[in-house]
Design a protein around this ligand. Sequence first.
Ligand code: ARG
Length: 599
Amino acid sequence: MTIEEKLIAGVQEAVKSLYGVEATAQQVQLQKTRDEFEGHLTVVVFPFVKAARKSPEMVGEEIGKYLVEKVGDVVAKYNVVKGFLNLVISDAPWITLLNSINADEKFGFTSVTDQSPLVMIEYSSPNTNKPLHLGHVRNNLLGSALARIVEANGNKVVKTNIVNDRGIHICKSMLAWLKWGNGETPESSGKKGDHLIGDYYVAFDKHYREEVKQLVAQGMDEEKAKQEAPLIKEAHEMLVKWEKNDPEVRALWKKMNEWVYAGFDETYKMMGVSFDKIYYESDTYLEGKEKVVEGLEKGLFYRREDGSVWADLTAEGLDEKLLLRSDGTSVYMTQDIGTAKLRFQDFPIDKMIYVVGNEQNYHFQVLSILLDKLGFKWGKDLVHFSYGMVELPNGKMKSREGTVVDADDLMETMIADAYEASKERVKQTAMPEEEAREVARKVGLGALKYFILKVDARKNMLFNPEESIDFNGNTGPFIQYTYARIASILRKAKEQGIDIPTELSTVNCQLSTKETELIQKLNQFPAAVRQAGTDYSPSGICNYCYELTKAFNQFYHDFTILGEQDEDLKLFRLSLAKATSKVISLGMGLLGIEMPERM
Ligand code: ARG
């Protein structure tokens, strides 16, 4: 039984024996005792006043006395302030609690069994015509954190990605490369493959706009010019060839996509994200067409005169949705239906979560209904984990084309900034260069990840690099710094030959509230993990880690650890520090943030 459970049972007993009434566990309200009063936990006595027919003060006194007598192993003392019964908890249960936290390597995590539900989480899902940008960074960080949180809550998790590897956008890059590339490769240019292809996509766009402008100058209507420009026509011809399996076009497509994947892999690696199974649109879109035709035969969809296939969702309060064009070609939705089919063939999915920006809210509303109609048991309850836009403050780090912030550039800059910021300290501590680089990597990326993840995913946000890397305040580096500080204390203890036992025997001293509060904070970790799992909220974990770090710093500010004269107390504090560092690294680990042993 936890301290809280023992107290609740004790109060129920007290009320029964003193006033002859049954109180439910819900009626016993326990709160953390307010700072200005003596005590750890407070019982609100108002719910029992009526049955007792006594003043709240009197009821508090009576219950308090009962608890000290009957649950004396937990309650050492009490005091009553108005209708609030403040309880001072004895040391023993705190030590027991701390011991149990230290004993569990994966404290707060629920283990996954064969019976656990299978949750598939899709994130990243890039197109192959450009490198990843700041929006993808938020997507990948949210998706991979969510995957870890859902798994920590005892679910089997399959991390997946759908790569939109076919379509007009890729043809544009391919065409531009054929026209102006002179056979350039990632090797010959020294560029990452995804950047190289992105540059050709930009080049296409530039030339295309030039053509449109000229046509308009010759008197053509702008809309028409956009369709008639020779470049776009050529790109469309290429797409038709691609669909017809033209060997040359396919070979080029394959080659260029491989370059892009090699580039993406580097970005993912740097970011610390990975996937269990990657799907490609080129494999799924035909499956989607099949599924749509199947639905058409079952009367779920209908065909218009021009041959196009539609779903009528007006009964669901939505509109009519195109599924196949009149020429039989597929649309974005078709591909998602096919992807769902393949995924369900591969895995017995119980729950599907799509991490995709909020500009696609409507798409997923429709997809959910369509998948449900088509008989996917998880379709109706699919989760669109929808997140808001992220931007940098004006003028900061716009990429080559000056439009989006490139993910690789951003990560590199963060790491370089972290390195710069630590230069002085590195000199003082004589940290080897290699370690300094590694610490800068952890801190730079930790700053980026934490700053993005601490914001409620639904909200639009501004990523502020300077603020994110500040060592004070609600930042990744603040928490990492605290972790490194504890690591250094534990190292020193080891050097002094101190062996911190996993299981402490009882300490004979009154623990201070700063200490017991820290134990209480640690003990809240499992609840924080559960809450983050039900709410799909990585920001809840950020919040918890920050609160825990603050609680540790308050304790550390008031007390010495290694300088403590009382040996028992010293061991207790070391053990408390050790538990804190473990929980910090478990929590930050859920967010994909690594902890440096020194900083
Ligand atoms: N590649 C798409 C885009 O960049 C996002 C794909 C999202 N996932 C999905 N299953 N539709 O907009």
